[in-house]
Design a protein around this ligand. Structure first.
Ligand code: URA
Length: 439
């Protein structure tokens, strides 16, 4: 087998066999496949597709191109993946809530991508937290605490790492085949028994249209199950920020307020319970999604999830008293400026992508890969669709490092909101579900 003939077969629309996928992924990891060949392969897949067999083969092969974790634990190993959004800190609630229900969660997470926030950047807003502790520490913390939210090491799915870099510069990122294999190869390398997916749809999601979100959800669910990992997906709303805050430390603060019950964000709680319900069914811990969601509610209500979160933070180098003292421990920005509503009316539209971009420009995300995140900046108190505003009432509060940056963010946030005299319909939090039986 060689790269040239594999590329030619895909180019001619004849798919990718399991053997060819294995050869190509190994070649990507070892360097036997050149950059030019990897680019040509990505473009051939983008234009012709590789079908379900090809997606499963490529996912498995990229998973096996590096280290695949194995576990010897007293319960099932489960994770969640979100396709990315604004103010979406569900992972921080879900990992400890699932652990409190007897599930083990090695949550290997990513950093912010484009306008969307990243779980790892949020965790690093906690002083001292080691988000890249290595595989041995991950295994130890998962075994002892029940969950660990960490980043991938270079040994996890190296074929994807190489192919992703080449896709990024060859116009081949937006291929459902390649996105599927990329996301799942990294997740499945964590040795999961089950995976629940949160596929976002709306103005702040990568998939703004329902049909695209549904196609991605179907592809991910079919491929993960085909590769031997129980998987289902919820399609959830991203037509506005999920939390009232967007920005790393501000989102951690909102999570802690919800976990400790001091100021519960109901949207965050409900999406966490819905995804957790799915995850507990996949884990064999609940009969139905509703039973599973009730178990997550209980873990949140009783403070068990908060307790697990505190243990995870302490085990990974964060403050030992984080749950009790989080308002003092999190960094805060020096400049706070409200964004006044320009007139009276109901919030009818939010450009969630523009909110995410405003956070990035405040320093809460990266414009280039080498940018350093400023954890304290972002937006809080974000008004939601259906909320009635008086003139001058704040649509949000900007947290910035300088007055100039704050001013730019105020203008961006004001432009992101549409107000009207008509009360709009509020979007549902969950738009749909794709289970193994649907694909
Ligand atoms: N996230 C990934 O890990 N890979 C993709 O291709 C897209 C999003």
């Amino acid at each position: 087998m060689d790269a040239r003939s594999i590329i030619a077969v895909v180019r001619d629309g004849q798919g990718l066999t399991t053997e060819a996928a294995a050869w190509f992924a190994a070649g990507l990891a070892s360097g036997e496949v050149s950059d030019a060949q990897a680019g040509a392969f990505a473009m051939a897949v983008f234009l012709k597709g590789i079908g379900t067999e090809g997606r499963v083969g490529l996912t498995r092969a990229m998973r096996d191109s590096g280290q695949v974790l194995d576990w010897d634990l007293a319960g099932p190993v489960i994770d969640k993946h979100s396709t990315g959004g604004i103010g979406d800190s569900v992972s921080l609630l879900l990992a400890p809530a699932l652990a409190a229900c007897g599930v083990y969660v090695p949550m290997i997470s990513g950093r912010g991508l484009g306008h969307t926030g990243g779980t790892l950047d949020k965790m690093e807003a906690i002083p001292g937290y080691r988000a890249l502790p290595g595989v041995e520490a991950l295994k130890k913390v998962v075994a002892e605490v029940g969950c660990a939210i960490v980043g991938a090491t270079d040994e996890i799915a190296p074929a994807d790492k190489r192919l992703y870099g080449i896709r990024d510069i060859s116009g081949t990122v937006e291929s459902i085949d390649l996105i599927t294999a990329s996301i799942l190869s990294k997740k499945l390398a964590a040795g999961l028994d089950g995976l629940v997916l949160d596929v976002k749809v709306g103005s702040g999601a990568f998939m703004a249209r329902m049909e695209d979100a549904e196609a991605l959800a179907r592809s991910l669910v079919a491929t993960a199950n085909g590769a031997g990992c129980r998987c289902s997906a919820l399609i959830s709303d991203m037509s506005q920020s999920l939390g009232h805050s967007a920005g790393n430390a501000l989102e951690v603060l909102e999570v802690m307020e919800t976990l400790t019950g001091s100021a519960v964000n109901e949207a965050l709680w409900d999406v966490t319970a819905a995804l957790g319900g799915e995850a507990l069914v996949l884990a064999g811990k609940a009969e139905t999604m509703d039973d599973g969601a009730a178990m997550i509610d209980h873990a949140l209500e009783t403070g068990r999830a908060a307790e697990v979160f505190g243990k995870m933070v302490a085990a990974l180098g964060g403050p030992l008293d984080f749950v009790e003292r989080y308002p003092d421990r999190l960094p805060s920005a020096p400049v706070l400026v409200p964004v006044p509503a320009p007139r009276a009316g109901f919030v009818t539209r939010v450009d969630a992508r523009a909110l995410g971009e405003a956070v990035v420009r405040l320093g809460g995300g990266r414009l280039v890969g080498t940018d350093r995140i400023i954890p304290s900046v972002g937006l809080s108190g974000l008004a939601v669709i259906g909320e009635e505003m008086d003139p001058g009432e704040p649509l949000a509060l900007v947290h910035a490092t300088t007055a100039d940056r704050a001013e730019a963010a105020v203008a961006a946030v004001r432009a992101a909101y549409g107000l009207s005299a008509e009360m709009p319909e509020e979007p549902p939090l969950i738009h749909g579900r794709i289970g193994p039986e649907d694909v």
